[in-house]
Design a protein around this ligand. Structure first.
Ligand SMILES: Nc1nc2c(ncn2[C@@H]2O[C@H](COP(=O)(O)OP(=O)(O)OP(=O)(O)O)[C@@H](O)[C@H]2O)c(=O)[nH]1
Ligand SMILES: [Mg+2]
Length: 402
């Protein structure tokens, strides 16, 4: 799974990546600090089922820390987008091709209104960030339009002359963008387009279709960043009212500071928490003490967290609607064949069946699937059983078990 971090220059994308992934991507108070994309691995956090089963995990594909399972998700921070990037302005929009595989985007917005459209400093509060939301969604749509337009004529003619479904042809064309034919069909319905006459679609109609497709295929959460600065709470409220996207108040810089101090052992802090504990007060200078005090009262007390972890969990569990499931090979010991307890957790879309899980683990396991077993009840589950969050599943297959 891949989550893309997008937004205008200097909104705090690389700071968000560094806070979430403990990377060292270059950060700078000037536009286009990032040119080449920065990859990272963040973790979403769920209560691990080891507590319920009263066992100690030997987590392999994830981390279990004091009953909290940290599940890795890949992230990619890219260059800043500016209005009319699709016409080549700024760094253009070609770099978004690195985000073809992205399942969702985090739009990092400067909620303090201190940067213009190009990411240059302006009087704090003088730039209304709602413009950033509008232009960014348009630029992402235009990126998709340009991908489609490359051979739209040939594709639409072929659909009509060969009497092929336009959704099937679009599905083939867009498979590299992780877009399924079912999603395309839904977007065509949303756009109310005549699917038997694609050659007659106007450019505007194609754009409407792409907007609907973007909304479904590349869903977005808005991180109202720099919430620690003046004016930001006001703009956060108005952003929240303006758009149907989820908007989460966020201080990437605050999270970064807390994680840095926590890693040095100076404070104790769990990402996502609404408080921290100072362990080594003597190691903090007066400025740092004041900064921590402000972080507590102006961010954690006010918003409940720095927002970074909440943005990640919202993308994975609310927007993408993924659920954690634990495959095991021994349903009694809850282990793999080496005896590791609850080694793996998979994030799968709601509605995933037992057989689909088998395919995710290994193609052979899917092909030779016989039935699955619920480790809690020891009941057999059919191939079309829809997995539930926190299921512990053994897959029984011909020749191989898991
Ligand atoms: N006050 C405050 N400043 C922040 C926050 N997040 C980032 N910044 C600052 O904003 C500036 C830009 O941060 P970057 O992370 O480099 O922004 P970016 O979006 O990656 O910028 P480009 O790579 O140029 O597109 C830096 O000076 C950061 O320290 C935040 O939550 N609060
Ligand atoms: Mg950057």
């Amino acid at each position: 799974m891949l989550i893309g971090i997008v937004g205008k220059p200097s909104s705090g994308k690389s700071t968000f990546l560094n806070a979430a992934c403990r990377t060292a991507a270059k950060v700078g108070a000037y536009p286009f600090t990032t040119i080449e994309p920065n990859p990272g691995t963040a973790y979403v956090r769920v209560d691990c089922i080891c507590q319920e089963f009263e066992v100690e995990c030997n987590a392999k594909n994830s981390i279990c820390r004091e009953g909290v399972r940290l599940i890795p998700v890949d992230m990619l921070d890219v260059a800043g987008l500016v209005p009319d990037a699709h016409k080549g302005r700024g760094r253009g929009n070609k770099f978004l091709d690195d985000l073809r595989r992205a399942d969702a985007f985090i739009h990092v917005v400067d909620a303090s209104g201190s940067l213009d459209a190009e990411g240059r400093d302006v009087e704090p509060g003088s730039w209304d960030p709602k413009q950033d939301v509008e232009f960014l969604e348009r630029e992402i749509s235009m990126w998709l339009v340009q991908i489609l337009q490359r051979d739209w004529r040939r594709l639409s003619r072929r659909a009509e002359t060969e009497k092929m479904s336009i959704s099937t042809l679009l599905g083939e064309k867009l498979s590299g963008l992780q877009i399924l034919e079912t999603t395309i069909k839904e977007a065509l319905r949303d756009a109310q387009l005549q699917t038997d006459k694609p050659t007659e679609w106007t450019d505007e109609e194609l754009e409407v279709f792409v907007q609907k497709l973007r909304h479904r295929a590349k869903p977005m959460v808005i991180a109202a960043n720099k919430i620690d600065r003046a004016q930001a709470d006001h703009y956060f409220e108005s952003l929240n009212q303006l758009t149907d996207e989820t908007v989460i108040p966020c201080s990437a810089a605050g999270e970064l500071a807390l994680r840095n101090l926590s890693e040095k052992g100076i404070i104790s802090y769990q990402p996502g928490a609404n408080q921290f504990e100072i362990l080594q007060l003597e190691k903090l200078g007066e400025a740092e003490r004041n900064q921590l005090q402000r972080l507590q009262t102006e961010i954690l007390d006010k918003y409940g967290s720095t927002g970074v972890q909440q943005v990640l969990n919202t993308v994975v569990f609310e927007i993408l609607q993924l659920i954690p499931v634990y495959p095991v090979e021994d349903a009694n010991k809850l282990s793999d064949h080496d005896g590791n307890i609850l080694p793996d957790v998979y994030l799968v879309p709601k509605g995933t069946t037992a057989r689909q899980l088998a395919y995710k683990i290994h193609t052979d396991l899917g092909d030779t699937f016989i039935h699955a077993l619920d480790a809690r009840t020891k009941k057999r589950l059919a191939d079309n059983y829809e997995l539930q969050a926190n299921d512990v599943i053994r897959i029984v297959a011909a020749g191989a078990t898991h």
